[in-house]
Design a protein around this ligand. Structure first.
Ligand code: FES
Ligand code: FES
Length: 106
C-alpha cells in the first residue's frame, strides 16, 4: 500500500485527508481549506491540490468531469460509472468518491 504524503507542509495536511474530504463533497480549494486546514499559501501546493481535486481515479486516470459526464448520461451506480469511464475498476479506492459524486450530482 502506498505511503501517505503530506501535501500542505505548513499545516501537515496529507493526501489521504484531502481525498477523505472529497468523499464528503468537497470540490473546491476554499472548501478544502475549511475542511482540512490546507493553508493554501503556496503556488506549488495549489497546483498539486488543483490536480488532486480534478482527479477521481488515479489507477485509470479518470477525471472528476469524466465521472460527472457519466452520471449525467444516466450512470446511477458505481458499477455503471465504471463501465462508462473505467473509474473504480482496479484498486477500488475511488469507489466511495464515485458514490459521493453520484449522490450529489457534481
Ligand atoms: S504549505 Fe500549505 S498549501 Fe503549501
Ligand atoms: S483509484 Fe480508482 S480503481 Fe484505483
Amino acid at each position: 500500500m502506498a505511503v501517505d504524503r503530506v501535501i500542505c507542509t505548513r499545516n501537515n495536511v496529507t493526501y489521504s485527508s484531502l481525498r477523505k474530504a472529497m468523499c464528503t463533497g468537497v470540490r473546491t480549494i476554499d472548501e478544502l481549506t475549511k475542511a482540512t486546514g490546507v493553508c493554501n499559501e503556496c503556488d506549488g501546493c495549489k497546483t498539486e491540490i488543483i490536480a488532486i481535486l480534478a482527479s477521481v481515479c488515479g489507477c485509470r486516470n479518470v477525471l472528476l468531469e469524466d465521472v460527472i459526464n457519466a452520471v449525467n448520461s444516466g450512470a446511477d451506480t458505481v458499477d455503471k460509472v465504471g463501465l462508462i469511464s473505467g473509474a473504480g475498476l482496479d484498486c477500488g479506492r475511488c469507489k466511495v468518491l464515485i458514490q459521493n459524486i453520484i449522490d450529489l450530482g457534481y
